[in-house]
Ligand binder design. Sequence first.
Ligand SMILES: Nc1ncnc2c1ncn2[C@@H]1O[C@H](COP(=O)(O)OP(=O)(O)OP(=O)(O)O)[C@@H](O)[C@H]1O
Length: 582
Amino acid sequence: METTVLYNAKVVDDGLEILPKTGGSSGSPATKLFSCFVKLPFCSPQPASLVKPKLIPFYHVLWVEAARDNLVIVNYVEETSKDVFTPFSAQLDFFSSLGGDDVQSLSFSTSDMINKEPAAMPDPIMATITAKPSELTLKQSEESLGRTNHLQPLVSATSTMAALPATGKQAEIINLILARAYTAPNGTTPIIRRKRLLVLINPHGGPGRARSIYKQCCEQFLELARCDVTVIETTHRFHALELARDTPYIYDKYDGIVCCSGDGIPHEVLNGFRARADGMGEACLRQLPICQLPCGSGNSMAVSVNGSSSATKAALAIIKGVAMPIDLMLMTQADEEVKNQENSAPVVKETLSFLSQSFGTIADADLGTEPLRWMGPTRFTLGALYFTLSKKRYPCDVYVKYRHQDRNAIKQHFDNHVQNTLENQQQFLDEKINLTSGLAPKFGTVLDPVPEDWEQLPEGENLSLLYAGKFPYVSSDVMMFPASLPSDGTIDLFVTHAHKMSAVQSLGMLLSLEDGTHANCDFVQYSKVEGYRLVPRKNAGHLSIDGESFPHTPFQVEILGAAGCLLVPPEVSKGKFVETGF
Ligand SMILES: Nc1ncnc2c1ncn2[C@@H]1O[C@H](COP(=O)(O)OP(=O)(O)OP(=O)(O)O)[C@@H](O)[C@H]1O
């Protein structure tokens, strides 16, 4: 049965507004067929006069292309429940309801549109939609993966809908919608279309479901957005590092690296870039953005830029993402393997850290509970509870290069930075990208004497935890660094001492980690620093760098301003992570 004209649509300031065709009956057999297959929310069987227009925001439009009979294929997503996005595809007729004058109104230059504010849009353009029902099939939901925070039926890709060369007014409307769909809301920043992506899947990351999460929550989004995707499953530890280090012309070949993993694969990719032998390491770090499809138990990168660990939200953010500079941290440590060889002077080993360094109770809670990995994030919560309440001490000497120690100064720093980057966003991005501070340590390494202006932390013998980092969230329910900013040239440092906290206070602190209010507790030292050194006084314990286990030996960390680059949703690209309430 041929499905006929059912709905009109307008191109409005914010997207495509779709509404029942005047005089049409949504209870007609054709309408029922359409609503049955296309599943647009406005298709419920009620009188057309009662149905409100539906808006597909430009941000939700994945791709638009020509089909036969002057039809236009629109691939888009809808937020079907909080932070869960479902892809759809429909064939629209933008022309049959237009009179001659309306068609004329399409004849503006779409290239101009990229640089115009939304208010400069031409008059709404009426369009008419028809459906291609047979190509839309419901697939598995994410629930079947055992994930509780998502539910997303997927419709099959429109691979059978052959895109045709667009002509005349059809080409103009396609170009117009694409120009708006692939421009950031500020009206000026272009978003790369049909991104060339290297997708790295760690089948063993986190709870081990990365392959199915990618298949069910991301693959089809990328297909519908017509991205050019190369997928590689990692087969061994450091495989991602080797790929980032050794893939020829990686900088030219890809617009982004998608890590379907926990936080270990982004860590490897960054260190792989740094180790490149073709002289492109720094360029890759600064300008080849990485992102995370959350498949681990922590997923700090995805949560800090998307505000949730939703895989479909992350998938949309990959397609609509823009590059944002981020600071990285350089860690130096004596190379144990070389040091152990006789007659050999200690050799320093440098590691890039993008997320955090953790020493003391939380490192034990994370790395000391590895056998409980099957529990998912709960193992971390239980571990933190156990190690904190036991008031264990981790004697060490800590030396710090402070930027801000006082809470008011940190707040001032945060507000100034956000305001400044909001007002001068383009200048901010240009300055960050043009930074040439290099990737070498400027404070020396852990093998050098401690710099003179670094201060030693008092009462190191009672230290219970030291946590330093660059992302607000270290997991979806732990906001460790509420004052963290992507590229403010500082590391957020969080220190507690066992003798300063009662068991009740420790418990209170653990509970307040969820919303970041622990930063206000008097017994917590929260500061912004440019570098620090930690020298353990005992051998036993764990050191976690970006969630990976490192030798429990002295180490030094310093900030590398804007040395890295993330693929983030356009609204996050303004020099600030998701809202933390700080
Ligand atoms: N095929 C593989 N077999 C074993 N280990 C692998 C494989 N591929 C990658 N790895 C290693 O798995 C480690 C963990 O990676 P990933 O980031 O995916 O998860 P995770 O760190 O376990 O995440 P989370 O801690 O958030 O649960 C990395 O250090 C990586 O080297």
